[in-house]
Design a protein. Structure first.
Ligand code: SIN
Ligand code: MN
Length: 201
């Protein structure tokens, strides 16, 4: 397997894994996903809307409201989640292999959006990695350890970069501190898309 460009507290990062044409094709696929299953703002446990808007593709979609974080098998409107685009599955195959993901969470960040430090722990088996794909504006990605108070390191993720949280870093705390607005021309009206692929069950 190709060696990552860098690792950050055990998280592997491949800079520029996707070229511009691949990124554009992916954005077209994701526009189709979002037109079938529109973006929505999940509520935090405290009942506040998250600054990131989301939708999903695959058998399961990630969801959150006052009753907590979980996976649901339909979009909140009742429509089925669209299938995960083939090009996305191919990226998983190249870097993770093994069982294919059954959720592709699509996060849309507008220039003010951020994501607080958290662990991805709503899945059944942490032996499967989490793969994350960045498209659009640069984002400051912070990675810590297995405890919230562990020291963190940060890197700017750019359009086309891919990160994998696996092995000892599968449950690493991570988050997005901020975007660098207008740093990419990929998305006509700016912002950032992040895809996270996970095996849920
Ligand atoms: C996430 O942790 O769900 C998103 C990470 C990112 O946006 O890069
Ligand atoms: Mn996460």
């Amino acid at each position: 397997m190709t060696e990552p460009t860098l690792t950050l507290n055990g998280v592997s990062i491949w800079k520029g894994w996707l070229n511009r044409a691949d990124q554009e094709a992916l954005v077209a696929d994701l526009r189709a996903v979002a037109s079938a299953a529109p973006l929505f703002s999940p509520l935090t446990g405290a009942g506040r809307p998250m600054s990131v808007r989301m939708t999903s593709a695959g058998r399961f979609g990630w969801y959150s409201d006052r009753s907590g974080y979980r996976y649901i098998d339909r979009h909140p409107s009742g429509v089925a989640w669209p299938p995960i685009p083939k090009a996305v599955l191919m990226i998983w195959d190249s870097l993770c292999g093994g069982r294919p993901p059954d959720c592709c969470l699509v996060n849309f960040y507008d220039p003010q959006a951020r994501m607080g430090l958290h662990q991805d722990r709503d899945e059944a088996d942490f032996a499967h990695p989490v793969l994350s794909i960045s498209l659009g504006d640069d984002a400051l990605f912070r990675v810590g350890g297995l405890a919230r108070t562990d020291p963190t390191r940060s890197v700017w993720l750019q359009s086309g970069d891919v990160a994998v949280l696996g092995g000892a870093a599968r449950l690493a705390f991570h988050g997005i501190d901020r975007l660098r607005p207008n740093s990419s021309t990929l998305l006509g009206s700016g912002g950032r898309i992040n895809l996270t692929l996970r095996v849920v069950t």
